[in-house]
Ligand binder design. Structure first.
Ligand code: AMP
Length: 403
């Protein structure tokens, strides 16, 4: 059987088509600029001989439905999806699942209503996801759509971790609490870490660090998330590409009172103009690394603040967990930026964390690997994330009868 994974935004749909027999990627790509004259359709696929092929077309794509119609026609033409009946499920990435979804859901009208109800908590993401879900249900009524939530993995957090110290009515009446995001990635790398450690996930204590343009940390006890750094929205926690992460909320009040900004202005300031970009003018860690190496003080400070915040979370989560089996780095920065890993783990011998500088700096191999010394009580691992595969597997499991 095959599983199609869709990550639908307001004007784009990222997709991957898997063969579930060996979880091989058959095709992946992007439908972009939906609603514009110059819509884009990008398809990458593997031909019968296994050779990578790609094709790109610019044409008007007025709606999400038109985009998916074109994609299905493309897949059919290349023999990648002869008939829709080959699809066991369509997995949809949904950023915010609200307080009630702790596992993937086969989409029905009630699930759609629940995703709609948390739009105020994820105004940039959930409307696009809902557009993708609506089209998939309309075009393929016989194929179950499964919503896989970024928040679901974090639903095991206790109230001491997910409640804010603010008046209770904000929680009971407005659902203001910490939710956490990147859950699909944290869950995927946690499972892979357990496999590398040779232990069942249910016996693993882990600190997982998803460091990409967005970044978050999770504390995982006995395979279950007990704390995570993102909160009501993906703004809280670590330093990110353009997001500030943890700050004194009085900064927002100051901006409202003294900078002539309204709520949207503060939103822009903290979500889009802060983080690495705000500190040094660039949000791409590769470029920041180069600038810092050339003596740029602002770039050096951006790296320093990022690593300092990471180290604080490693320390806090070590204290929360008591015993830690492994720290896992993933995401574009976590997988590639050896300098950030080195600074975040430096001088943590007392916590049982000893990085092997040679293994950490080595560019090859680039896949799953240990970068701590054999004597390090806490293993430090680099594990490339694969959120699409996790969504595909969770979607198939949701529609498969329990054995
Ligand atoms: P992601 O959101 O997971 O795609 O990660 C994007 C971030 O990873 C950007 O800040 C990139 O600059 C960073 N990144 C990707 N490759 C490297 C690399 N080789 N060295 C340092 N940072 C990298």
């Amino acid at each position: 059987m095959k599983v199609l994974v869709l990550n639908a935004g307001s004007s784009s749909i990222k997709y991957q088509l898997f063969d579930s027999a060996e979880w091989r990627v058959l095709a992946h790509g992007l439908i972009a600029r939906i609603g514009e004259e110059a819509g884009e359709l990008k398809l990458n696929w593997y031909d019968a001989a296994g050779a990578a092929q790609s094709r790109q077309e610019t044409r008007p794509i007025p709606t999400h439905q038109a985009g998916l119609d074109l994609l299905i026609a493309d897949l059919r033409e290349r023999g990648l999806l002869a008939d829709v009946t080959e699809l066991a499920a369509i997995g949809h990435r949904v950023v915010h699942g609200g307080p009630n979804f702790n596992h993937p859901m086969i989409v029905d009208d009630a699930v759609v209503a629940e995703i709609e109800s948390v739009i105020p908590l994820a105004p940039l993401h959930n409307p696009g996801h809902l557009a993708g879900i609506a089209v998939a249900r309309q075009l393929f009524p016989s194929v179950p759509s499964v919503a896989v939530f970024d928040t679901a993995f974090h639903q095991t957090m206790p109230p001491t971790a997910y409640r804010y110290a603010i008046p209770e009515f904000l929680y009971t009446e407005h659902r203001i609490r910490r939710y956490g995001f990147h859950g699909t990635s944290h869950h995927y790398v946690a499972k892979r870490a357990a496999a590398l450690l040779g232990k069942p996930l249910a016996k693993c204590n882990l600190i997982t660090l998803h460091l990409g343009n967005g970044a978050s940390a999770s504390a995982i006890r006995n395979g279950q998330c007990v704390d995570t750094s993102m909160g009501l929205t993906p703004l809280e926690g670590l330093v990110m590409g353009t997001r500030c992460g943890d700050i004194d909320p009085a900064v927002a009040i100051y901006a409202l009172k003294n900078l002539g900004l309204d709520a949207d202005g503060v939103d822009q300031l903290l979500n889009r103009q802060s983080g690495l970009l705000g500190i040094c003018g660039v949000n791409d860690m590769r470029e920041i690394d180069l600038r810092a190496a050339a003596g740029d003080a602002a770039a050096e400070l951006a790296i320093g603040i990022t690593a300092h915040r990471l180290k604080k979370y490693i320390g806090a989560y070590s204290a929360e967990l008591g015993a830690v089996d492994a720290i896992v780095f993933t995401g574009g920065i976590g997988e590639n930026a050896a300098g950030i890993r080195q600074r975040a783990c430096a001088d943590l011998e007392r916590l049982g964390i000893v990085l092997d500088d040679t293994l950490n700096a080595a560019r090859k191999p680039s896949g799953e690997r240990r970068i701590s010394t054999p004597a390090s009580a806490v293993q430090v691992l680099v594990i490339p994330t694969n959120e699409e595969l996790e969504i595909a597997q969770q979607a198939l499991a949701a529609v498969s009868p329990i054995e």
